[in-house]
Design a protein around this ligand. Structure first.
Ligand code: SF4
Ligand code: FES
Length: 374
């Protein structure tokens, strides 16, 4: 395919998924949280009527999947109502939750509303370490109870484990736990280093040997559990030769909506300077998807610099992650430094080399020192 602007723009399909970041409120304080460092306050969140309208607009646009996430989406009392509206509009509904507030009553309300799937996040398999990483005593036990509730309700369960140097040794036990819980899918996903994760990088980045051992564990488990449990595996960019296709390409498959209603091509887009992100309060979702300048900025391949512009992987990984490129080079339009072909690739090796023998203390996610819970 030619790299010219007119020929390289992909045909515009509807977004596959809408990721609704309902709230930044959360009972946990994970030091790798994917929420922005500057968190939205509860009083600024979209109201129920606006969310209901956005769900209708998503269905009309051709969205297939609704992912309700946060923060902790269960902190929104209207979540069952929103799930019902999405289900009535024939959208596939998924909740991504810490599970610590998923009691029997809420489970029943979500089932009644038509929820299709729940992803439950775990910090570790050792309760004390899991609670330390999440910053909430007793959280792990409540997650185990939530997992049981999900399975008893007959829902498919995905067990999410975010891994890093302070829990990576227990990946074999994580996979055993997922199997014991009856999960149909398990995600062993390394921390992504933006926002809070980047702030805590030295406390989280594993060694190459730890990563290699984990990869071997996952491959063996995939063979053993074939047909019973799917295992998704995400490795850290810092040891990669090619980047991941972040968000399956900027503004190509997903729309992300922040708690206050800003429409974003990815969860970290607000870290990029020079962008104005419009709100779904003011602009219809279809107009944002088709023509919003922030969505057009890195869609397709026309924006790409070399070496991406003449690379045969440019429509496979779409040049990697814009937010990582900005975080590590100061320019969102450069090739992702995770790529070994990038002129900036050495920053990855430098970060690995700078990693101390002992991890420093975590900087936990919080709203502010004066008002930690928002
Ligand atoms: Fe991907 Fe660009 Fe690297 Fe090619 S040069 S592999 S398109 S990041
Ligand atoms: Fe923003 Fe990857 S997180 S493009």
């Amino acid at each position: 395919m030619s790299a010219s602007t007119s020929e390289s723009a992909p045909p515009l399909a509807p977004p596959m998924g809408l990721i609704a970041e309902m709230t930044h409120r959360c009972p946990l304080r994970c030091p790798y949280c994917s929420n922005p460092v500057a968190l939205d306050r509860a009083g600024d969140e979209l109201d129920t009527d606006t969310w209901l309208r956005v769900l209708d607009e998503a269905a009309a646009l051709g969205v297939l999947q609704m992912h309700f996430t946060g923060g902790e989406p269960l902190a929104r009392r209207d979540l069952p109502l929103l799930v019902r509206r999405a289900a009535d509009a024939q959208l596939y509904t998924n909740i991504i939750t810490s599970g610590v507030t998923l009691d029997e009553r809420m489970m029943a309300r979500l089932i009644e509303a038509g929820i299709d799937h729940i992803q439950l996040s775990f910090q570790d398999v050792e309760a004390a370490n899991a609670d330390r990483i999440g910053g909430l005593a007793g959280a792990h036990g409540r997650k185990l109870a939530a997992a049981q509730r999900i399975r008893e309700a007959g829902l498919p369960l995905t067990a999410n484990f975010v891994i890093h140097r302070q829990n990576i040794a227990r990946v074999p036990a994580m996979l055993e736990l997922a199997e014991a819980l009856g999960a149909s899918r398990s995600e062993i996903a390394h921390v992504q280093y933006y926002g809070w994760g980047l702030r805590n990088r030295d406390a989280l980045l594993p060694s190459r040997a730890e990563l290699d051992a984990t990869t071997a564990t996952v491959e063996a488990a995939r063979a053993r559990l074939k047909g019973r449990m799917v295992i998704d595996y995400v490795v850290p960019d810092y040891y990669a030769a090619r980047p991941k296709a972040c968000m399956s390409g900027w503004a190509q498959r997903f729309i992300h909506i922040s708690p206050t209603g800003r429409a974003l091509p990815c969860h970290a887009a607000e870290s990029l300077p020079g962008f104005t992100f419009v709100s779904v309060r003011d602009v219809p979702l279809a107009d944002i998807w088709r023509a919003d300048p922030a969505f057009l900025r890195f869609r397709g391949t026309a924006w790409m610099p070399e070496p991406c512009q003449s690379c045969d992987r440019r429509e496979i990984d779409w040049g990697g992650c814009r937010c990582q490129a900005f975080a590590l080079t100061g320019d969102a339009a450069r090739t992702d430094p995770a790529c070994a072909l990038s002129p900036d690739h050495a920053v990855m090796a430098a970060a690995v080399a700078a990693r101390g023998e002992a991890p420093p203390d975590f900087v936990y996610r919080q709203f502010s020192a004066a008002d930690p819970v928002g």
